[in-house]
Design a protein around this ligand. Structure first.
Ligand SMILES: [Zn+2]
Ligand SMILES: [Zn+2]
Length: 263
């Protein structure tokens, strides 16, 4: 039975974000509510799986997001050589999850059928729905497809012993989260199935969404699959870095999610 260690590696930060921007319908107590950007690394049973690939400096400038540590440097800090990574799971294809194409030349990319259909189909006719995507990320994935380097999933799938992906949709048509067996039980890496703790704890979806009902159902699905609510790790919340301990010898923004959180 494989138990995995999980690192969350922060690579970017947006200090300007306001509370009202993070919930459908805004927030009556508007104020700052910064956003962090992470990639995650799951290791165990002789395998290293990278979850999402972030964006690079050029994209950070274009989107006015500040890189705090390039993804490649964060991976190197925890001893991961991107060139050797064989499996990358993309939770979805938004620009902040699917860039840095050249880092993983050998990897097979795991993505949901519905996400590729969404980001290559008629919904991208609409500027509002297209906005979180970058055409270069999408075309890079199409090229990978023709290189035989894409693994499609349709719903839930166990991609390794104790490691599975679960389709949510909601925020993006083919968004998936991960469920990972660890020494403290089943951890759910929500990615954008819940940007912040407050989204799923209070049942208040993030405003970038294509199906609100799927987002709400996703909160329930994560609760059903995590060992406890404390085992659900949101995708963009700076509180993650307060609750989880740094990996040994690492800075405070590279943390271990298989360790018990502080509350
Ligand atoms: Zn997203
Ligand atoms: Zn995101």
């Amino acid at each position: 039975m494989v138990e995995y260690e999980i690192h969350a590696v922060r690579y970017a930060h947006n200090a300007e974000r306001r509370r009202a921007e993070n919930f459908i319908g805004g927030d009556p107590h508007d104020g700052p509510m910064p956003m962090d950007f992470f990639v995650w690394v799951v290791r165990g049973g002789g395998r290293t799986i990278v979850v999402d690939t972030g964006f690079d400096e050029a994209m950070g400038r274009k989107r006015e997001r500040k890189i705090v540590r390039p993804v490649a440097d964060g991976l190197e800090a925890i001893g991961v050589d991107p060139a050797g990574v064989e499996d990358v799971v993309l939770t979805h294809m938004h620009y902040d999850h699917a860039g840095n194409h050249h880092l993983f030349p050998r990897a097979r990319y795991h993505v949901q059928d519905r996400e590729m259909q969404y980001c290559t189909g008629r919904c991208m006719c609409h500027a509002t729905l297209r906005h979180p995507f970058e055409v270069d990320d999408v075309t890079a994935m199409v090229r990978r497809l023709f290189q035989g380097r894409v693994a499609f999933h349709d719903g839930a799938c166990e991609i390794a012993d104790g490691l599975s992906v679960h389709l949510v949709g909601g925020h993006s048509r083919g968004l998936q989260f991960l469920r990972v067996r660890t020494r403290r039980g089943w951890v759910v890496l929500a990615s954008d199935a819940s940007h912040y703790y407050a989204n799923f704890e209070q049942g208040r979806p993030f405003p970038v969404v294509c199906d609100v009902s799927e987002t709400l159902e996703g909160y329930d699905a994560m609760r059903a699959l995590a060992s406890s609510p404390d085992h659900i790790v949101p995708g963009h919340d700076p509180l993650v870095l307060e609750r989880y301990p740094p990996a040994p010898g690492m800075p405070a923004d590279i943390v271990r999610l298989d360790a018990d959180p502080k509350r």
